[in-house]
Design a protein around this ligand. Structure first.
Ligand SMILES: C[S@@+](CC[C@H](N)C(=O)[O-])C[C@H]1O[C@@H](n2cnc3c(N)ncnc32)[C@H](O)[C@@H]1O
Length: 221
């Protein structure tokens, strides 16, 4: 009954509210567009190797300028279908500075300290367990250069709406895994690897601690 009535209804509402950039598969919230826009601001002056983990259709790299600099953009994802869409979209634009390949966030196929910005957005909350998030963060730290940075977002479980929506996701969507985290619990993972938080950006509410989403930029001291 939920799948027959509620799911089409929520998909329809999301479809109406979605921005053009949200043309991909609709999943579980409406903030992804905002997050990608903020991340583009953060990486706008970053040259070198950018890595988007869980890149999906490659939407983060859209509207990112590459002409004037030596930026190389790599996207990895576990889904062939997503990678094909991303690859086709950038091939059409004849932008060969963008590469997409199949890889797992928990086992990145890159050497230590080779990436200038390792990014993973709109993805942690779909991982099945916290250990997957921890493994991904450790991999991001491993590949990140000492003067580079990592960027990720969390769906903040301190926010009561996120907490309730994720807890009761089984009512309106039986297909998806949703996990929220607190900033504190993931900060411990970062500090254990020598990283510090450089910037936190609240999305959806102006006070970071209570925002539904917190975007985090971390780097070495
Ligand atoms: C909600 S989409 C977000 C896509 C993109 N980051 C964005 O903001 O538009 C999550 C993506 O993560 C990918 N994914 C899930 N688990 C993954 C893993 N362990 N390693 C790499 N990608 C993964 C999925 O295939 C999916 O394309």
């Amino acid at each position: 009954m939920f799948n027959k009535i509620l799911r089409p209804l929520t998909d329809f509402v999301r479809h109406i509210l979605s921005k053009p950039d949200e043309r991909g598969n609709l999943t579980s919230d409406l903030f992804r567009f905002k997050i990608r826009a903020k991340v583009r601001e953060l990486i706008n002056n970053c040259n070198g190797f950018l890595l988007d983990i869980g890149c999906g259709e490659g939407l983060l790299y859209e509207n990112l300028t590459t002409e004037q600099n030596s930026r190389r953009c790599i996207g990895v994802d576990t889904e062939n279908e997503m990678l094909k869409i991303a690859q086709n979209s950038f091939e059409k634009k004849k932008q060969d500075r963008f590469r997409f390949l199949k890889a797992d966030a928990q086992h990145l196929p890159f050497l230590d300290k080779t990436i200038d910005a390792a990014i993973c957005i709109n993805t942690f909350y779909n991982f099945h367990a916290k250990s997957d998030v921890v493994d991904a963060l450790e991999e991001m730290e491993r590949v990140c250069k000492r003067d580079g940075f990592i960027i990720f977002d969390i769906r903040n479980r301190i926010n009561p709406f996120v907490f309730l929506r994720f807890k009761f996701v089984w009512i309106y969507d039986t297909h998806v895994t949703l996990n929220a985290y607190s900033l504190k619990e993931l900060t411990t993972v970062l500090t254990s690897r020598g990283l510090v938080i450089k910037e936190t950006i609240p999305i959806g509410f102006p006070i970071t601690m209570f925002a539904p989403i917190i975007l985090v930029k971390a780097g070495y001291r």
